[in-house]
Design a protein around this ligand. Structure first.
Ligand code: ATP
Ligand code: ASP
Ligand code: MG
Length: 328
């Protein structure tokens, strides 16, 4: 395992990276306490909202034979995958609960959400992206027979109401964090942009351009993992990312593939092992995988944006910064 000393050998200055709570001076702990209050508010608000809307709240899993391949994805940067042996079987730590969501939603829970711990050993240079941690939480949710538009409209309503309520109930905290004035209220719907069109207009740096927008916006048509729906005829990917103003991506989601033939064809094309998704494929073959759509919100990223923290590690009591392994 990498230690802080090892990191020094890689010549990365850790000076400017967030410290864990037990190493921070009292002034910094005081700020973290305020961020903690906002975090509690946000988690309660989101959980209440999903429950009110009829979602079942599932507890997460940590080990599984099947997890997100995180491939192919234009933004993927994984240094290492964590696999280990338990009871004579090889399991992965979860990169996301996508497979579990698709199956649980198809079989038992037509509307579900979970707070899922994700382990992604991001390349160490991502320490300085400010938005990557190697352990983080997704508010992952999935809805049977939903369209992409259904999911986007739901998220828009939740985000807009969250900001309105935060400005009302957390005014003092946001003022202390210097974020009250800048955290503007928005109205749905958010504009939707096609990734291919953005790439054409702005080149590879399109993401840096669009995050300067002063409103949240959606990006759609992003070629990525086999489970997102792809129209083979038009080449259109029915998926979406939510970009927050002055920040960047906070959510990814999609309508899903559910047909066996398409799933297999995409896995073969992408070089993804069918054996790793044997159960998903078996259920698809038996017609038990249903059309669903959903998304995952990066919880720490959402909170980081709300409180205006420079680095995601500031909103983690025990920061998990790529390349930096603290004691706790
Ligand atoms: P990025 O391109 O920003 O690295 P991603 O597109 O690879 O992210 P997804 O697979 O879409 O990430 O994960 C779903 C959500 O989880 C993201 O929209 C983001 O909010 C959050 N997330 C992903 N990776 C990280 C990370 N390393 N640290 C914190 N949050 C993350
Ligand atoms: N949670 C994402 C989704 O719902 C998948 C991911 O984590 O990559 O599409
Ligand atoms: Mg994404």
């Amino acid at each position: 395992m990498e230690t802080v000393e090892d990191l020094a050998l890689h010549k990365l200055p850790i000076r400017n990276l967030p410290r864990p709570l037990y190493e921070a001076p009292e002034s910094e702990v005081a700020v973290r306490r305020i961020m903690g209050r906002v975090t509690t508010y946000v988690l309660k608000f989101l959980s209440d909202k999903y429950v009110e809307q009829g979602f079942e709240w599932l507890l997460p899993v940590v080990f599984s034979k099947s997890t997100d391949p995180l491939w192919p994805d234009p933004g993927a940067s994984i240094e290492k995958r964590i696999r280990c042996e338990i009871y004579g079987e090889v399991v992965n730590t979860m990169t996301s609960m996508i497979v579990h969501k698709m199956i649980a939603c198809s079989i038992a829970f037509p509307k579900l959400f979970t707070y899922s711990p994700n382990i992604r050993i991001e390349k160490r240079e991502r320490a300085y992206s400010g938005v990557h941690a190697y352990e983080f939480t997704q508010l992952d949710f999935e809805v049977r027979d939903a369209s992409s538009k259904d999911i986007r409209s739901f998220v828009e309503k939740v985000i807009c109401e969250l900001i309105r309520c935060l400005r009302r109930d957390m005014r003092e905290e946001l003022l202390k964090l210097g974020r009250y004035e800048d955290l503007a209220e928005f109205e749905p719907p958010f504009e939707v942009y096609d990734r291919a069109a953005l790439l054409k207009s702005y080149g590879d740096q399109w993401e840096d351009k669009i995050k300067l927008s002063n409103r949240p916006l959606w990006i759609t048509n992003i070629p990525r993992e086999f489970y997102d729906f792809e129209d083979f005829e038009s080449g259109f990917w029915d998926n979406y990312d939510l970009i927050l103003p002055g920040y960047g991506e906070v959510l990814s989601g999609a309508r899903r593939e559910w047909e066996y033939d398409k799933l297999v064809r995409k896995m073969r094309r992408d070089g993804v092992s069918e054996r790793d998704y044997a159960l998903l494929l078996k259920l698809a073959k038996e017609g038990k995988l249903k059309p669903t759509a959903g998304a995952g919100i990066g919880v720490e990223r959402l909170i980081q944006w709300i409180v205006g923290a420079k680095h995601i590690g500031e909103v983690q009591p025990f920061p998990k910064i790529p390349g930096v392994v603290y004691d706790l």
